[in-house]
Design a protein around this ligand. Structure first.
Ligand SMILES: NC(=O)c1ccc[n+]([C@@H]2O[C@H](COP(=O)([O-])OP(=O)(O)OC[C@H]3O[C@@H](n4cnc5c(N)ncnc54)[C@H](O)[C@@H]3O)[C@@H](O)[C@H]2O)c1
Length: 347
């Protein structure tokens, strides 16, 4: 058993980590500022566990972070707190720099001070959770490896790239035992209703137009969120300090094909007089829209023995069923600021 401090634990991926870590027998402290993207219900399955504690705090608040570390004495940090929506980063990049760059810097300072106060335990880990978007955009061929040069193209990706560099610097300069993971697009239960897959499901259910950016030929590699949570706990246990690991789903799909797959599942699970695919509308593209992401996951597979277990077809089926069964959850979130609006076109 390990005592984990998880930042962003009330968000989409963070809550999947929290739920899985508690189920695995770890003690978990979730630190979350409860921004528009957070939801207490995401951790409801473990909220009453004696192994779960919630600290409502902002990672930019040094005093609060120092207090939380001193009080809970974590064995490891899993840092997921971030502003995470590319379209919002186009409208309001400052918030992304504040949380993703400065917030990560403050958290590193706190973690480093705490690590020294504990006499530099060799088993301590600062695990930074990042994205494949730091590598930029691919053409039709090739994959991102851990040695691909960073070339972020959106304010979100740039802020995550900066945070990765800071984490690496704290490892090299101060000897903090850091781990970095760069993962492809996630999907699954509890994903905030502004991200592509929930937007498609919920617009289809509302018989509203299903927006597809540009021509829909952008390619993403999709990973089921529970596979990602599992990979993160795996890297935390087995990864070598100072090393980074790419995580992918082995499931590349063009956006338009992904939307077609979702419509086909809904046609079966919630039949309508027409196919939901009739609702698809091509809309103006995201500025600077990355064409293709693809992950070379050789390192995590060969060095750590991890690979995804849920296929895209299976994961979509599970996800769609979850949204059909959890209407109360997503209806409440649709009331939040900016949800349902076209963001990221205004500059
Ligand atoms: N969603 C993806 O497909 C994906 C893929 C790869 C990597 N990631 C990374 O994984 C992490 C989690 O992503 P997600 O999709 O779960 O995001 P999310 O937006 O669903 O959740 C982010 C959480 O962080 C919290 N938070 C934001 N600012 C904070 C602050 N200043 N202090 C404390 N908490 C704060 C929010 O309240 C929220 O609970 C992010 O770092 C993201 O960059 C996401």
């Amino acid at each position: 058993m390990t005592r984990l401090l998880v930042t962003g634990g009330q968000g989409f991926i963070g809550s999947a980590v929290v739920r899985q870590a508690v189920a695995d027998g770890h003690e978990v402290v979730s630190v979350d500022a409860m921004t528009y993207a957070a939801c207490m219900e995401n951790v409801a399955p473990v909220a009453n566990s004696p192994r779960f504690v919630f600290e409502h705090a902002d990672i930019c608040d040094r005093a609060a972070m120092d207090r939380i570390f001193a009080h809970h004495k974590p064995d490891a940090v899993m840092h997921l707190a971030a502003e995470s929506h590319v379209d919002r980063s186009i409208d309001r990049p400052n918030a992304f720099v504040t949380t993703n760059v400065l917030g990560t810097c403050y958290l590193l300072e706190t973690a480093h001070g705490y690590w020294i106060s504990q006499k530099r335990p060799a088993g301590f880990r600062f695990h930074h959770i990042s994205t494949d978007e730091v590598y930029g955009s691919l053409g039709a061929e090739g994959q991102f490896s851990e040695n691909t040069p960073y070339a972020p193209r959106s304010p979100y990706a740039a802020s995550k790239a900066a945070s990765d560099h800071l984490v690496r610097a704290w490892g090299e300069t101060y000897g903090l035992p850091v781990l970095i993971t760069n993962c492809s697009n996630n999907y699954g239960p509890y994903q905030f209703p502004e991200k592509l897959i929930p937007v498609v499901i919920l617009n289809a259910l509302a018989k509203a137009p299903i927006p597809v950016y540009g021509t829909g030929d952008n390619v993403r590699d999709w990973l089921y969120v529970e596979d990602h949570a599992n990979a993160l706990l795996h890297v935390l246990r087995k990864g070598s300090p100072g090393r980074s690991y790419n995580i992918g789903g082995e499931s590349e799909a063009r956006n338009i094909d992904l939307v077609g797959m979702i419509c086909a599942v809904l046609d079966r699970l919630r039949p309508w007089s027409a196919s939901y695919a009739k609702l698809i509308r091509f809309v103006s593209d995201r500025p600077g829209h990355d064409q293709r992401y693809a992950i070379d996951a050789t390192r995590i597979r060969t060095e750590l023995g991890w690979r995804p277990t849920v296929s895209l077809a299976e994961g979509l089926e599970r996800t769609i069923r979850w949204y059909l069964e959890n209407e109360r959850w997503w209806r409440a979130l649709q009331e939040r600021d900016g949800v349902g609006m076209r963001l990221g076109l205004t500059r």
